[in-house]
Design a protein around this ligand. Structure first.
Ligand SMILES: Nc1ncnc2c1ncn2[C@@H]1O[C@H](COP(=O)(O)OP(=O)(O)OP(=O)(O)O)[C@@H](O)[C@H]1O
Length: 699
């Protein structure tokens, strides 16, 4: 802050200024030496003389005063300027004051506004708080409502689901009933037609044979009688003629005698002439009887014509009967096509991928190790299976178990027989004859019954082949002729082996899978294909495959459990009557054991086996899952394993697939049982597109 001095103070001249009398300091001296005479400070001279002052000239007061005057004038001018500036500053100050007043007024105004705004803000805050409370209440109400709606929705969805489930169940049952009905009706109709037809045929045949026989016997009898009559008459005539001849001879002799006697006895000439005319009359009679005989012979000949006519009639009737038989056969063929169509429609209704579950019985020595497995609907639909999980101990030491329920297209209990199981798949096998690609595979852990179900002497493979033979034979009547060829391969460590080839070539000969994408056909290079002409061929084929499997088993322990076994049956049918052609494939697969195979600890051959089984089974699951997504043109990882690549055309949406999940009844296998059933459940929940028949009609 600058100290203000009064105007008077500034207007005083230097002469009027009080004089400084002493400050004899060295600083003064130094300042004086630094400032020349015109310097404004200091204003006084030191009073006490020093050693140095004695040598200096005397102090010039006037000059000093002059300089002081000058200095004063200068200062005055400066002061005037300062005064002007001061007045200017005063003005500015006034202006600033006015401005400050203005601003203060503005500030007051703004404060008022601020105050009112603050009050408004307070109001708003109060309102906001009220509004927030209302909002919270509304939100709570809303969430309660939403919760309520959710609950209702859940209930509605659950109701709908159960209704839908019931509806689906009902539809499935209806479809089943319809199928049974259709099958029964079709079968009954066919049986009835066949019966009627064969009865008609046999009665016609009998009638025909009887009437032919009767007619023949009668005609033969007539012919014999006529022949006898004719012979008798001919004999008679011959005798007559002989007699007449003899008479004629006699007469001739007599005539000769008469002639002889004529000469001698002319009188007797007229008598002889009379006798001659008698003889002539007799001759005429003989001629007429000969004509009668001739007429009789003609009559007999015309009777032969009648016989020919009746033979022609019989022939005509026989032709008519053959024509009727042909029409009946044609009708039967039409009905067979309808039946085929219906059968496959029923199969499609059931879904193109189906899952059956089968629990094997406990064997000797296993009775006390049974797991708790039940079949809740064994008396009704036979679809459910419930497995009691392993015991779990809680932290409080409480022991509990969980029940795991599963639902499949069909569940078979331990008492089920292969015949009963086959009955359920026979329609599917039939589809292969109708030109579909069918794949049936058995999945499950080692010892769960896969081989027993598939390849035992009364398993699915021999039964399927037998049914195909029987059906193919029955279809022959309808113009179909089938060629069947079988292949049997093993996939071990991602390598294909020919089970019908030479034993010494196992694991040595290389086989490649080739796909013909246009014809949707799979071939394996250098593989043995056996024509199956008779059921006996099938038996020897199975024995050959079994022998090779045993040879392979000596190479690696438990090899049969650790390899996949695929039986491929190629069926080509041609209908000579309708020109139709169908190509179907039936694949029956016995998979490697699916037990959880840990990689840890395994090494060498065992590690390789484990890796390839894990890979191929998980790849099979991936393929089914990808197909289930049903994306047109979507990627399906068939190539990730040999098994899925081999079955590509039999696993696609265009084929019919059935999976058997095989279950061991033992407590020790419970974890594997549960994981097999969970895998099967996933497959069961998959829907694969509609199968197409590979049938062609000749141009
Ligand atoms: N339904 C059944 N009725 C009677 N016995 C059965 C049945 N299923 C399986 N078995 C018996 O159980 C045993 C194991 O069955 P199987 O060999 O078929 O199992 P697997 O699953 O094929 O095993 P692997 O994977 O080792 O080939 C065999 O002795 C078999 O005869």
């Amino acid at each position: 802050m600058v100290e203000r001095k009064s105007d008077n103070e500034f207007n005083q001249t230097p002469s009027k200024l009080p004089r400084l009398t002493k400050t004899p300091t060295s600083s003064f001296q130094s300042s004086q030496s630094q400032h020349p005479a015109n310097s404004t400070f200091p204003l006084s001279q030191p009073q006490s003389p020093t050693k140095g002052s004695r040598s200096r000239p005397a102090f010039d007061v006037n000059a000093r005063l002059e300089s002081m005057e000058l200095l004063y004038t200068e200062m005055k001018t400066q002061m005037e300027g300062s005064n002007f500036e001061k007045s200017h500053h005063k003005e500015v100050q006034e202006m600033m004051k006015a401005r400050i007043t203005e601003l203060e007024a503005l500030r007051d105004h703004l404060s008022e506004i601020n105050e009112s705004l603050r009050r408004e803000l307070e109001d708003c805050k109060v309102k906001l708080a009220t509004f927030s409370i209302t909002m919270d209440e509304a939100r709570r109400g809303h969430s309660i409502e939403v919760e309520e709606i959710h609950r209702q929705h859940r209930h509605a969805v659950a109701d709908l689901e159960s209704a839908h489930g019931r509806e689906v169940e009902k539809l499935r049952r209806q479809a089943q009933d319809l199928e049974d009905q259709l099958r029964r009706n079709g079968q009954e109709e066919i049986d009835r037609l066949l019966r009627t037809h064969s009865e008609e045929l046999s009665s016609l045949q009998r009638q025909l044979n009887a009437s032919i026989e009767e007619e023949r016997v009668q005609r033969v009898r007539e012919v014999q009688e006529l022949t006898i009559q004719r012979d008798t008459q001919l004999q008679k005539v011959a005798i007559d003629i002989g007699q007449r001849d003899r008479e004629a001879d006699t007469l001739r002799m007599q005539l000769e005698q008469a002639h002889v006697e004529l000469d001698r006895e002319k009188i007797m000439a007229s008598g002889l002439r009379d006798k001659l005319s008698d003889a002539a009359a007799n001759c005429t009679t003989l001629g007429s009887s000969m004509a009668a005989m001739k007429a009789k012979i003609d009559f007999l000949e015309s009777d032969n014509q009648q016989q020919s006519q009746s033979f022609a009639d019989l022939h005509k009737r026989m032709q008519e009967a053959i024509e009727q038989e042909r029409i009946a056969k044609e009708k039967l063929r039409d009905e067979e096509s309808v039946l085929r169509k219906l059968r496959n429609e029923v199969q499609e209704l059931k879904g193109n991928i189906r899952v059956f579950c089968r629990v094997r019985p406990t064997l000797e020595g296993e009775l006390d190790q049974k797991a708790n497995i039940i079949f809740p609907d064994a008396e009704a639909d036979k679809k459910e299976i419930t497995v009691q999980g392993p015991e779990q101990v809680s932290s409080l030491g409480k022991v509990s178990t969980t029940n795991h329920a599963f639902n499949f297209d069909r569940s078979f209990g331990p008492s089920s027989q292969n015949a009963e199981v086959f009955e359920e798949i026979s329609q599917l096998v039939q589809s292969a004859l109708d030109g579909y690609n069918v794949c049936i595979f058995c999945y499950g852990q080692t010892g769960a019954g896969k081989t027993f179900t598939m390849s035992s002497s009364d398993g699915m493979i021999p039964r399927a082949v037998e049914q195909i033979y029987t059906s193919a034979q029955a279809l022959e009547e309808k113009g179909w002729s089938y060629t069947m060829k079988g292949q049997f391969v093993e996939i071990y460590n991602e390598t294909i082996n020919d089970l019908l080839g030479k034993a010494e070539e196992l694991d040595k000969k290389k086989h490649e899978i080739r796909h013909d994408m246009q014809r949707c056909k799979t071939t394996i290079t250098d593989i043995t294909e056996v024509p199956l002409d008779t059921p006996e061929t099938m038996e020897s084929l199975m024995q050959r495959a079994q022998k090779n499997r045993s040879v392979a088993a000596t190479k690696a322990n438990e090899r049969s459990s650790r390899s996949h076994c695929v039986f491929i049956l190629n069926l080509v049918g041609v209908n000579a009557v309708t020109g139709e052609r169908s190509e179907g494939v039936l694949n029956l697969v016995d998979l490697a054991g699916s037990e959880r195979l840990a990689l840890s600890g395994a090494e060498g051959q065992r590690l390789k086996e484990t890796q390839s089984i894990n890979k191929s089974l998980s790849c099979l699951g991936d393929v089914i899952a990808a197909l289930g997504q049903g994306k047109e043109g979507g990627h399906v990882p068939y190539r990730n394993s040999k098994l899925s690549y081999l079955l590509q055309f039999s696993l696609s949406g265009n084929s019919k697939t059935l999976m058997f999940v095989m279950v061991s009844p033992l407590q020790a296998h419970l974890q594997d049982t549960l994981s097999s059933l969970k895998f099967a459940k996933k497959v069961n929940n998959t829907h694969i597109g509609t199968a197409r028949r590979q049938a062609k009609v000749k141009d």
